[in-house]
Design a protein around this ligand. Sequence first.
Ligand SMILES: Nc1nc2c(ncn2[C@@H]2O[C@H](COP(=O)(O)OP(=O)(O)OP(=O)(O)O)[C@@H](O)[C@H]2O)c(=O)[nH]1
Ligand SMILES: [Mg+2]
Length: 428
Amino acid sequence: MHEIITVQVGQAGNCIGERFWKLACEEHGIDSCGSYHGESDLQLERINVYFNEIRNQRYVPRSVFVDLDQMSINKIRNSTYKNLFNPELLINGKMSASNNFAKGFFTEGAEILPELMDTIRRVAEECDLVHGFQFLHSISGGAGGGLGSLLIDNIRQEYLDRIIKTYSIFPALSMSHVVVEPYNAVLTMNHLIENTDETFCFDNITLFDILNKTLRLPQGSYTDINHILAQVMIGITACFRFPGQLNMDLRKLAVNMIPFPALHFLTTSFSPLQARHIARHTNINELTLIKQMFDVNNQMLALNPQHGKYLTATGIFRGRTLSLKLLHDYISEEKNSQRFIQWIPNNCKIAHCDIPPNEFSRSVTGIANHTGIVKQFDYILQPYTKLFQRRAFIHWFIDEGLEEIELIEGENKIKDLVKDYKQYENDE
Ligand SMILES: Nc1nc2c(ncn2[C@@H]2O[C@H](COP(=O)(O)OP(=O)(O)OP(=O)(O)O)[C@@H](O)[C@H]2O)c(=O)[nH]1
Ligand SMILES: [Mg+2]
């Protein structure tokens, strides 16, 4: 079996991860203590991709939970799912990263790194064949960004030929109370550009907008947006977790989605976006699913698919009664539209998993490599530049061992990435 190891770092990473495991357990018939109570063999056929079986029909998520302070990890230690997770894989340091990338990467992070790498090695040794790693983190947190980057770099060195994918949360800077988030984000991007194979980008502003405007939950909290994020992750991973007619794994996904190594920043979309209580009654048709996959209101990032070009896209469709013929027909219409560059043949694909998600009878999770992602990069570069021109706040980073050149390198790499994406913006 080709196993995937999950690593959740920092507060955002751990909170989103907890949601992801909740939904994954529901889909595989696993209760909050790890026992199987499902009704179909299909739930178990590929369960080893994400879970370890520790004894007969008792399953444990193959996930390492990491933070520098205790708060997010203690929350998991005391949650409803406390008996599901392996306590040896819940690891916290002594001191918070205090919103500082450099603490997470150099001082506090470096101290905890040997223990973390030992743990990850142990988890990897228990696998038949590690297929890859998936990281969950915010790019602007001290732990998620700094320690997350340190772990990604070290895993890349030690597991050179394995896939590293990340689910990376971009900050809502307009709502932020932390002034140095743009620095953290730029520094983290430096490592994501160098050392990941696939980075799925999400932004908190868009997710809060979905809560407000689409789901009409104006008082929505992180728990609500983490639920949407978990739904998307569940959608992306459906074809790895279940057998399906049109299947995928991490490597196939990368091969199909990423035309050039640097351009590995992916956006996602999801449909149906509906409040939980009405979801089950809606039987959304094939055409609507496809339209929504490409609709601006269903994107998980500030992306307007009408502006710029799709380099590649994949729709992961779930549901028993979906007509693959219809999906293929509609998707080739999309592929032939102006929104797709035409010089990559077959750059719009579908994958299919019969088993629907728990909440809906049908769904689609869209994954796209789209030139419009540059807007997100500009969004962190602008405030970064204003701060850095005046060298404001950088002493906090220098004091922890960061050299100014790393900020400049990060900035330059993002600018190059923006240039690389923009050159395809007007391609036929
Ligand atoms: N989507 C989502 N974003 C979160 C959550 N918690 C924090 N964030 C965002 O993540 C960024 C801060 O990162 P955190 O993950 O809190 O920080 P950390 O990695 O724990 O590191 P420290 O900053 O040192 O505490 C901010 O932009 C927050 O808006 C969460 O549960 N879900
Ligand atoms: Mg924290």
